[in-house]
Ligand binder design. Structure first.
Ligand SMILES: [Zn+2]
Length: 246
């Protein structure tokens, strides 16, 4: 059995029998792995507090050929959303769920891993969770190559700096003149500028961006439309977030 050590983000955990846990991880070098944490319920020394969704951990695991499940030896916490607690943990679950949806099994996807770690760092440092959520959604879709252009309207070529409308059938951002009637999700100019900044800075720098709560809400509605379109459903944790942020 080959022994590996790696940094990883915990994506989710579920019970396996009385005391074992199945842990889904996004490892830095090996992509998504499913592992068994033996006696995780009792062994606080090896796994204590390390199995919460979106915890950044250092893990050691053993992998056998022809086996889908790796065996986790231990997981040490490097950074945990529990350090801030409260709503941050709900956001952390949301980020972990989205990574779980998009990360390929057993295939390295280091940019997704680094996105997750950078957003977790900013969250733990007290960054605004709504800004971080929009940043995370933007980069997640962009890394998959499916975020629509925020530069120019694909119908007329006009610049979108004065605001755009996410057209619900094509899922493109159109300029206001090309967007038909009341259809689509309006994204104001400040939200377009927020995205332009998000494309260039680390998540820790988002606090300096001037953007209103209302503009972020409109961007949230646009991102929900894009995510549901690509996932064919709404992320479970997104519903929980809506309940805590009515
Ligand atoms: Zn146009």
């Amino acid at each position: 059995m080959a022994l590996h050590t790696s940094e990883a983000l915990v994506l989710r955990t579920h019970r396996l029998g009385e005391s074992d846990r199945i842990v889904v991880l996004l490892t830095r070098e090996g992509g998504k792995k499913r592992g068994v944490a033996k006696s995780a319920a009792q062994s606080r020394k090896r796994f204590g507090g390390a199995l919460e969704p979106f915890t950044h951990v250092r893990v050691a695991y053993r992998e056998r050929e022809q086996r889908d499940l790796v065996r986790l030896d231990y997981a040490d916490v490097l950074r945990s959303p529990l350090a801030v607690g409260g709503a941050a943990c709900t956001y952390a679950s949301y980020f972990a769920e989205l990574l779980d949806e998009w990360a390929p099994e057993n295939h390295p996807e280091e940019r997704l891993f680094r996105l997750g770690v950078a957003v977790l760092e900013a969250l733990v440092a007290g960054g605004d969770a709504e800004r971080l959520a929009r940043y995370f959604e933007y980069w997640l879709l962009r890394l998959q190559g499916v975020y629509p252009s925020t530069q120019v309207c694909p119908q007329c070529g006009a610049a979108l700096q004065d605001g755009a409308v996410l057209e619900p059938r094509s899922h493109w951002f159109l300029c206001r003149r090309c967007a038909p009637g009341a259809q689509g999700v309006p994204v104001p100019a400040t939200a377009v500028r927020f995205l332009a900044t998000a494309s260039q800075v680390a998540p820790a720098a988002l606090g300096d961006v001037t953007v209103t709560t209302e503009a972020l809400e409109q961007l949230a509605a646009a991102h929900r439309l894009l995510l549901v379109w690509h996932l064919d459903r709404e992320p479970r944790a997104a519903r929980v977030l809506r309940e805590i942020n009515p």
